[in-house]
Ligand binder design. Sequence first.
Ligand code: ATP
Length: 432
Amino acid sequence: MPIDFEKITSLAKRRGFFFQGSEIYGGLNGTWDYGPLGVELLKNVKQAWWRAMVQMRDDIVGVDSAILLNPEVWRASGHLENFTDPLVDCKECKMRWRADHLEGDRCPNCGGELTEPRQFNLIFKTFVGPVEGDAAVVYLRPETAQGIFVDFKAIQGMTRKRLPFGIAQQGKSFRNEISPGNSIFRSREFEQMECEYFVRPEQAGEAYRSWVRERYDWYVSLGMKPESLRLREHEQSELSHYSAGTTDVEFLYPWGWGELEGIANRTDFDLRRHSEFSGKDLSYVDETTSEKFYPYVIEPAAGATRATLAFMCDAYDEAVVNGEQRTFLRLHKSLAPYKVAVLPLSKKENLSAVARQVEKSLRPHFMITYDETQSIGKRYARQDEIGTPYCVTVDFDSLEDHAVTIRERDSMAQERVPIEDLVPVLRDKLSD
Ligand code: ATP
């Protein structure tokens, strides 16, 4: 049964995962703020991606390019011309819609007649320097990929990487979406995690297929249920202007299937165009054969913020515990905002002192939280709801036996552990 999306967004707001940006001013449509738990979850998603894509591989290196690029970049990439969505207006209520997202040919709001679609460019424009003239126009990047292409030659030179190799980047992107919606699923400011993987042209087909598998497996390795995921290959007519093939990893959101990540065979389009427009030769020379050519590129392009939402939706669960309806976020341990919660059974001073000692000993090792308010049952429930995998309870016996109880979120199993062994025991549990 699909979960009610309202439950996710209200949990997100109540517990500080994400909420409307500029809220006290009535908000700004398509912008979201990530609260104390949201920044942790988002950071952990990005860290898991970086680990899989960069740290664990010898053939991919990272970069962090500027968000503002020379405007020629976007002329060369084709974005100024082609990065558009079809926009329709309702003749009655004047609401605007993305034509390719509509079912039927009437306005979903009032049933009114719609205008013919016209192409709307999604790129945000701004100005550099004090003069608001044409000469000073720059764009907020709508994807992180172009920063990689323009640095391709420099990075290849610095690292002396040979094909096949990749360059990975994470960071903010901006799109003036016609209809942002479904909370952080489609926003106007969001974060992406993209890798451009350069290969010999004849190896592009195989590399494309293997990246599709690899990226699907990454989500599963972080606990996403296989039944929440599917692969969908784009029809010829859907392909972006640079793509010779695209497959989306789709997720079953509460409102239905939708894109989570796209894997595209971008051919040599970008490197060729940047060579042409910049006048700098971005081709590659094979050292052994002396062949000179433009590499093809396979691009796994994921949304960090969209993945954060998908992981939350997939982990959301409800269960009856001791006759009470309870909420769980069964997040993978590596994604959970807090790894451990330290909970003294009571606020009594002698217990607090030991619990604070335990807290102090854990802080350097794990992202933890300390909670001493309300009953222990309520506190377990609060941690379950935000996905904390382990609670450490300090009770009156702890004063005698110098041990504490570790309680696991999903099984609710409890285990007594000497305080002095706590760090290695928790480290072991969190790493399996
Ligand atoms: P859509 O068809 O949903 O508009 P897209 O095909 O244009 O998306 P890509 O250009 O392939 O998206 O971007 C790669 C990834 O970046 C997407 O799979 C998604 O995870 C993320 N992304 C793109 N646009 C947004 C957005 N407006 N808000 C949040 N994430 C986004």
